[in-house]
Structure formats: structure tokens, C-alpha cells
Design a protein around this ligand. Structure first.
Ligand code: NAI
Length: 285
């Protein structure tokens, strides 16, 4: 069981940085592509995470090897020699639909293109691709270094052998694959967002405080974290985007509550802005 040797990650934000870190630790040589203004932060974040893994003794490669294994660029053409490219740009359907075929056109015929989309249809994203059999969803969870689940999402055209291979890569990353047929919200986002939206509606209606709603699920149902705190960690804007998509695909039960829209409009996006349903210390891991 091993990971692909040459991995590209498109978008070095919260998820892309984590995905790059995971493949580096597992032995891949990784190139991260981002926009020029975001490259510095992306690189610094990944190198910091690598240093932390080395300090904690969770890395089997040396700091120097890991540092050498990472390159960042704003020039997508350097992806041409990659065995696997994982796309982790923002969850904007038109952006992904336009970007994926452009990236595919740079890659070799055997290369695999994966998307980390949290909700968009793999079949829709595959429609404009020349090689949909080499395309699938690899849905990592946030924060990537401590999350052990990866949904492997098979589109209608995805080669079953690729789904198998992707499961092995996930295991080689030290994580557990769950194989899901392409369906809105896959398994995790659909259930996770359903609970979160109901929790937000309960808060809106004054049923209980954010702390108590979360405590009900943590203590009563053994969830590791409550739905509101999880929404803060994921990002309220990210969750709103997924809810809007699921609302369009699956109907009324996913209609975003007004409170969620108001908080996003007010810039209360959760941990990344210091405030969401809870107040966050920005330096908190
Ligand atoms: P983010 O906003 O932290 O990162 C996105 C990155 O993409 C930014 O660094 C941005 O500069 C870069 N970018 C934008 N356009 C680009 C382009 N054309 N080419 C290259 N880079 C570009 O977003 P995040 O949270 O990392 O989300 C990325 C994807 O992962 C989305 O599809 C999201 O739905 C999915 N996801 C997010 C999770 C979360 O909890 N945040 C969990 C699982 C999946």
C-alpha cells in the first residue's frame, strides 16, 4: 500500500494545505498550486504543519526530506508530470467546472484527477472531462491532520479499479476510506449539514443556547463535537454553500436558516474569523 509518487494539489487553502501535508508525510513529492497572493501563506502553513509533525514524532521522513518534497507554484503547467492531482479550490460550481478540464488537459493519460468537493456532483464535474474514468471524489475532512475519514466518491464513469486504488492510497495516508456512490452531499455532508441546519434553526427559535444544543449531541449521542462548533470549524460560509446546493438538489429540508445567512453576511464565519456560534482564539489549533 503506497501513495502516488508525484502529487499535485490545486488550491493551498485550509483543505489543500492539509491534503498536501498528508501526502508529504506518506512519502509523496507534492506540488501545491495557488494564486500568487495566496502562495506565501499556503507554503508557510504546510511547512509549519510539517515541522509540528516532526516535533511530535508522527513523521517517518526527516524534516529536510519533507521540506525538499514540497514545491509551491502559481503556474499550473508544472502539474504536467503528476500521477495524481487533487483539486481543493473554493466550492464554486462554475469555478470548478471551468478549472477541472483545464487541469486535465495538462496531465498525462494515466494521471488521476480528484476533487475534494464537499457536495458537488462528481458526474456533473466529470461531464466536460475527456477522461471521466480517471476522475473521482476524494473528500477529506477538516482538519485533515486529525481526521481519519476520507470519502472516496465514485462517479458513474469512474473506473472501479481506480476506486479500489484510491482506497489503498487513503489507507496509506493512515486514514479510512468510505466508498460512496455519487449522490448529493455524499454520505457525510448530507447527514452533517442536516443536523447542523436543525441546530441553527433551534438556536434561531430560542430552544436552547449554542452551548446546550452542542452538549445535547456530545453527551447524549456521543458526538465528538457539537453541530454548531463543527460548523464554526468548517466555516459558516462553506456550510451555507453546501446547504444551498443540497436545498436545490434535495428540497426544502435543506433550506438555509435566516440566521446562517445573516451571520455569513456579517462576516461571522466561525473559527477563521474569530467568531461564529462561539468566540475563537485565532491561534487555537
Ligand atoms: P479555502 O478558501 O481555505 O482554500 C481555497 C484555496 O484555493 C485558496 O487558497 C485560494 O487562494 C485557492 N484558489 C482559488 N481559486 C484558485 C484557482 N483558480 N487556482 C488555484 N487556487 C485557487 O477553502 P477550503 O476550505 O480549503 O475548501 C476547498 C475545497 O474543499 C472546497 O471544495 C470545499 O467545499 C472542500 N472542503 C472543505 C472543507 C472544510 O471544512 N473547509 C471540508 C471538506 C471539503
Amino acid at each position: 500500500m503506497s501513495v502516488p509518487q508525484k502529487v499535485g494539489v490545486l488550491g493551498g487553502g485550509r483543505m489543500g494545505g492539509g491534503i498536501a501535508h498528508a501526502f508529504l508525510l506518506a512519502g509523496s513529492e507534492v506540488v501545491v498550486i495557488d494564486q500568487p497572493h495566496a502562495l506565501g501563506a499556503a507554503e508557510a502553513g504546510i511547512r509549519r504543519a510539517v515541522a509540528t509533525s516532526v516535533e511530535r514524532g508522527t513523521a517517518t521522513r526527516s524534516r529536510a526530506e519533507l521540506d525538499d518534497g514540497l514545491r509551491v507554484s502559481s503556474d499550473r503547467t508544472v502539474l504536467a508530470d503528476r500521477d495524481l492531482v487533487v483539486e481543493a479550490i473554493p466550492e464554486i460550481p462554475e469555478l470548478k467546472a471551468a478549472t477541472l478540464p483545464e487541469v486535465e488537459a495538462l496531465l498525462g493519460a494515466d494521471a488521476v484527477l480528484a476533487t475534494n468537493t464537499s457536495s458537488l456532483s462528481i458526474d456533473d464535474l466529470a461531464a466536460p472531462l475527456a477522461r471521466p474514468e480517471r476522475f473521482l471524489g476524494l473528500h477529506f475532512f477538516n482538519p485533515v491532520p486529525v481526521s481519519t475519514l476520507v470519502e472516496v466518491v465514485a462517479g458513474a464513469a469512474t473506473d472501479p479499479a481506480l476506486v479500489e486504488a484510491a482506497g489503498d492510497w487513503v489507507r496509506a495516508l493512515g486514514k479510512t476510506p468510505v466508498t460512496v456512490r455519487d449522490a448529493p452531499g455524499f454520505a457525510s455532508s448530507r447527514l452533517g449539514v442536516a443536523i447542523a441546519l436543525e441546530a441553527i434553526r433551534m438556536l434561531e427559535q430560542g430552544v436552547a443556547s449554542a452551548e446546550d444544543i452542542d452538549a445535547a449531541m456530545v453527551l447524549g449521542y456521543k458526538h465528538a463535537t457539537g453541530p454548531l462548533r463543527t460548523t464554526d470549524v468548517v466555516g459558516l460560509d462553506v456550510r451555507l454553500g453546501i446547504a444551498e446546493y443540497l436545498h436545490a438538489q434535495l428540497g426544502e429540508r435543506f433550506e438555509p436558516p435566516a440566521l446562517l445567512r445573516e451571520m455569513v453576511a456579517a462576516g461571522k464565519l466561525g473559527r477563521k474569523t474569530g467568531e461564529g456560534f462561539f468566540v475563537w482564539d485565532r491561534d487555537q489549533p
